[in-house]
Write a protein that binds this ligand. Sequence first.
Ligand SMILES: Cc1cc2nc3c(=O)[nH]c(=O)nc-3n(C[C@H](O)[C@H](O)[C@H](O)COP(=O)(O)OP(=O)(O)OC[C@H]3O[C@@H](n4cnc5c(N)ncnc54)[C@H](O)[C@@H]3O)c2cc1C
Length: 386
Amino acid sequence: MDFSFTEEQLMIQDVARRIAQEKIAPSAEHHDQTGEFPLENIRTLGENGLMGIEVPAEYGGAGMDPVSYVLAMIEVAAADAAHSTIMSVNNSLFCNGILKYGTEEQKQKYVRAIAEGREIGAFALTEPQSGSDATAMRCKAVRQADGSYVVNGKKSWITSGPVAKYIVLFAMTDQDKGARGITAFLIDTDREGFGRGKTEPKLGIRASATCEIEFNDYVVRADEVLGAEGEGFKIAMTVLDAGRIGIASQAIGIARAAYEATVEYVKERKAFGQPIGAFQMTQAKIADMKCRLDAALLLTLRAAWQKGRFDQGGARFSNEAAIAKLTASEAAMWITHQALQIHGGMGYSKEMPIERYFRDAKITEIYEGTSEIQRLVIARNETGLR
Ligand SMILES: Cc1cc2nc3c(=O)[nH]c(=O)nc-3n(C[C@H](O)[C@H](O)[C@H](O)COP(=O)(O)OP(=O)(O)OC[C@H]3O[C@@H](n4cnc5c(N)ncnc54)[C@H](O)[C@@H]3O)c2cc1C
């Protein structure tokens, strides 16, 4: 087994690290405090291939592999988690699904605009009454005689909803068929019948604007259906498998930033005449933080490697992605909690980024499938029981 990265993987990691450190990190506190959407930085990431890392060059992307995506996401998340949320939706939830299920025209139109960073994409599955249980959705699309659909309903918690130009929407086309009655559509938010609610105030990832969206007799043309009618649930679940690798990477980036800050702090901060890092209780925390961080990274790289095989026609990677997301998100929550504790009062202060890491880490246990749902996926895969 070879644990080294290729030259291309190291190159994109380098590009992401440079932008993260030069452009994103200096304004992270500002974006956290104001919740201002970082449009300019997102454009810069797009211009450097980071909004379509796995998108082939013919559709405006960097044409790299899933491992490259993990490495780049970690660098951006370590500088600011909110930026990495926007990046993960554009890369995983928007571009990935269209690349796999879209027509040539759809790839040229939608994927190119997002991968090049000219527009922002979104993914709309959740509704006010249906999150984990997506099949309980009420948003409806009714087929017309000419093959178009009329959409009515609401979606909630839509990342980048306030600014997105295009959205991958999931709506019920046949209630009686349950999961097989869901269809995916490509939405242009400039069209009549589309509306946005207020931006949600949030605990963390505050600059990744989130809102409710609404459809009132919105007309989708036949060529704006993604995949076939009734294929929507399958598309959503496949896309979320890939998305979970992105969220695991985000969790690792947040955790790494908290860990590195802590290693420096324990060497400088003194109590009872010695650096706090000399106390065995602190040392044990540092060792446990490092073990969880490395375990999360290795499991996430394994899932990314497996996704690379899937992209070439190999087996699905749902289990590996769920294991990576569950491990990395719980590691991020635990590591940021320890980091805050080790920083004492300074960890609780807005003068340092530690409390931001702690707030940002929490979302990784919730979106793209809560930790309970990841456990469900893993246990079902392991036992075969439903
Ligand atoms: C900041 C943010 C951004 C988001 N971005 C998007 C987005 O871009 N697009 C999108 O579509 N959605 C988005 N979401 C929605 C997100 O995916 C859901 O919040 C998440 O899937 C959980 O759904 P819920 O909030 O309805 O919780 P619920 O499904 O109501 O769950 C509540 C609790 O019950 C538990 N639970 C539910 N079912 C089970 C079960 N079978 N077994 C055990 N426990 C269970 C859950 O784990 C959770 O702890 C976002 C959410 C947030 C907070």
